[in-house]
Design a protein around this ligand. Structure first.
Ligand code: FES
Length: 191
């Protein structure tokens, strides 16, 4: 099949077997892709990439699901300003994932921030139809400022993709909430 997709900001048109997993495609076509495991079985989490903003195990995603997708490997994500919010949160909490899972956990954190953003945007647009509710307006304002805590359940669910237990869950929660606050503030300054 012909696969057309965007990888790390560049457009690709590749001829591949439709069942070929994404990590194999990346290894063959993206020189900088630095996956450091061959487990091919959803146990290590080292092959995680962002597909349309959501973290996914690239060893489990076949080519036929990728037409038109926007794919970011960690190497591509590191070059974006979004990575800086997470790196700043690592520094401020004084903890970060080990070198083995640093790329995958950073990608998962970005995926969580994207999901929370989407939920907040939906909530805000839902509230627009109910301008008389002060509680609703207050919640919307909290969401815009990044003040609301991100649910522990969501963090645990997303983080389950990475099997490495190098970092305390409580520190991960602090990092994710801080990164979201930094991102929200930066956005508020721009608007
Ligand atoms: S290569 Fe280990 S989970 Fe994908």
């Amino acid at each position: 099949m012909r696969l057309t997709c965007n990888i790390n900001g560049s457009q690709y048109s590749l001829v591949v077997n439709s069942d070929k997993p994404l990590n194999q495609i990346l290894k063959e076509h993206i020189i900088s892709f630095a996956e450091n495991s061959q487990c091919m079985g959803a146990s290590c989490g080292n092959c995680i990439v962002l597909i349309n903003g959501n973290a996914a195990l690239s060893c489990l995603v076949p080519a036929f699901k990728l037409n038109g997708a926007s794919i970011l490997t960690f190497e591509g994500f590191q070059k974006t300003r979004f990575c800086h919010d997470i790196e700043r949160a690592y520094a401020d909490v004084g903890n970060q994932p080990c070198p083995q899972c640093y790329p995958s956990k950073t990608i998962i954190i970005e995926s969580i921030l994207n999901k929370v953003d989407k939920e907040n945007q939906n909530r805000i647009s839902g509230f627009r139809g109910d301008q008389t509710s002060s509680a609703a307006n207050e919640q919307a304002a909290r969401s815009r400022s990044g003040a609301g805590a991100i649910s522990s359940e969501m963090i645990a669910r997303e983080m389950a993709m990475s099997s490495c237990q190098c970092i305390e869950v409580s520190d991960l929660e602090k990092i994710i909430n801080l990164a979201y606050k930094y991102r929200s503030r930066r956005r508020a300054r721009r608007s």
